[in-house]
Design a protein around this ligand. Structure first.
Ligand SMILES: Cc1cc2nc3c(=O)[nH]c(=O)nc-3n(C[C@H](O)[C@H](O)[C@H](O)COP(=O)(O)OP(=O)(O)OC[C@H]3O[C@@H](n4cnc5c(N)ncnc54)[C@H](O)[C@@H]3O)c2cc1C
Length: 394
């Protein structure tokens, strides 16, 4: 398949650019240019082969996509949350798998090391993760505990001068190539604790998950711990309970809210261009009312979602965003993106199912994005609980 030219033009129906600072616009442009140059020309082939483009790890480190909100003294970008959101939007405009790599590294690996880690852990891991020298992964989900991570059965036991880790994690993004894993497990008192496990520790393996029809350009695997000896200094000293992993997930879900919107924007832009070029019955198909309905609804939903994530970004910057607000935005962006991808696919007719266009890849990717970091149902229940005060989970 020949490398393609990326013709993307970002929709901005309500002139939202005016809400951004000069710095935020510059950040967005630099990531947009990176995606056009390094991701769009290659990503379809990697996705078709179900191969992770390993070169992106160093590249994402070089352009500051790993831990953009982490302070600069640890190698992070020291940026605000809207800049971070725009980065995730642009990366996922290219491919959800590329954005997943950056989300996991920044929000699920670097954030907990920064927020819960000791100073020694920060110094040891953060600069290498920020630069892309090391790749990290986040192990929360288990074979029998997905939506209900509190039920996890992975354990850590105190063995005097070290800890012993036993159990297994499933569906772990970046696992097959990660040097470092942030793992959540229960101590002997049944409390959830986080610890850092390094590749090479005896008894630690990361088998690859094969056969995915979604996020094919992202590497997914298991984390298997068979009596792994972990030094005591690798445990997070200050955090216990589910609030540890949930704090990380809030950051990552925020990034997904922007990211999924990027995928939606790419599908809309592709469909709009196609509608103005493709002729049937001697007319451009964009002139048919049925196709205009699709496009008009797409841009309406994109514009509403852009306003939602921008406002959420303001609240994040002010330290006022609640987990339930983040859930609403994650859920909304995933839903509109999945619907837009499906409508865009139909607008392209048969061409919509091919790798000539990005739509089908986005559509398949979004099935993971709508499921991971809390399923669509779970985020709805979070909103329901928030507004009623009644817990419908159990
Ligand atoms: C490609 C990919 C990458 C991933 N990467 C990571 C990663 O890096 N790290 C990590 O830890 N995890 C990761 N995950 C796991 C992901 O977070 C879980 O798949 C997700 O949380 C759902 O868990 P589950 O698959 O076990 O589904 P289940 O929890 O078994 O849910 C099955 C269905 O039941 C519904 N359901 C569950 N409970 C309720 C309830 N109380 N009320 C109503 N409906 C309910 C769900 O909404 C869903 O529709 C990844 C998943 C995928 C697909």
């Amino acid at each position: 398949m020949a490398a393609k030219t990326d013709l993307f033009q970002s929709p901005d129906y309500y002139l939202l650019d005016e809400l951004l600072t000069e710095e935020q616009r510059m950040v967005r442009e630099s990531i947009r240019n990176y995606v056009k140059k390094e991701i769009s020309p290659i990503i379809e082939e990697y996705a078709q082969r179900a191969e992770f483009p390993r070169q992106i790890v160093q590249q994402l480190g070089d352009i500051g996509c790993f831990g953009p909100t982490i302070p600069t003294q640890y190698g992070g970008g020291g940026m605000d949350y809207i800049s971070y959101g725009l980065m995730m939007q642009e990366l996922e405009r290219g491919d959800s798998g590329v954005r997943s790599t950056a989300s996991v590294q920044g929000s699920l690996v670097m954030f907990p090391i920064y927020a819960y880690g000791s100073e020694e852990q920060r110094q040891k891991y953060l600069p290498k993760l920020a630069s892309g020298e090391w790749l990290g992964c986040f192990g929360l989900t288990e074979p029998d505990h997905g939506s209900n991570p509190a039920g996890m059965v992975t354990t850590i036991k105190d063995a005097g001068d070290h800890l012993v880790l036993n159990g297994a994690k499933m569906w772990i993004s970046n696992a097959p190539f990660a040097q470092v894993a942030v793992v959540w497990a229960k101590n002997e008192a049944g409390e959830i604790q986080g610890l850092i496990v390094e590749r090479g520790m005896e008894g630690f393996t990361t088998p690859t998950t094969h056969g995915k029809w979604s996020l094919r350009a992202s590497a997914t695997g298991e984390l298997v711990f068979d009596h792994v000896k972990v030094p005591k200094e690798n445990i997070f000293p200050t955090i216990k309970g589910l609030k540890g992993p949930l704090g990380c997930l809030s950051k990552a879900r925020y990034g997904i809210a922007w990211g999924a919107l990027g995928a939606a924007m790419d599908c809309y832009d592709t469909a709009l261009r196609y509608s103005k070029e493709r002729v049937q019955f001697d007319r451009r198909i964009g002139g048919f009312q049925l196709q205009q309905k699709k496009l008009a609804e797409m841009i309406t939903e994109i514009t509403k979602a852009q306003l939602l994530v921008w406002r959420l970004g303001v609240l994040m910057n002010e330290g006022r965003a609640t987990p339930a607000q983040i859930s609403m935005a994650k859920r909304n962006s995933c839903e509109i993106a999945a619907n837009i991808a499906r409508d865009a696919r139909q607008l392209l007719g048969g061409m919509g199912i091919t790798g000539e266009y990005s739509i089908m890849r986005h559509m398949m990717n979004l099935e993971s994005v709508i499921t991971y970091e809390g399923t669509h149902d779970i985020h709805l229940l979070i909103t329901g609980m928030d507004v009623t005060g009644l817990n419908a989970f159990k």
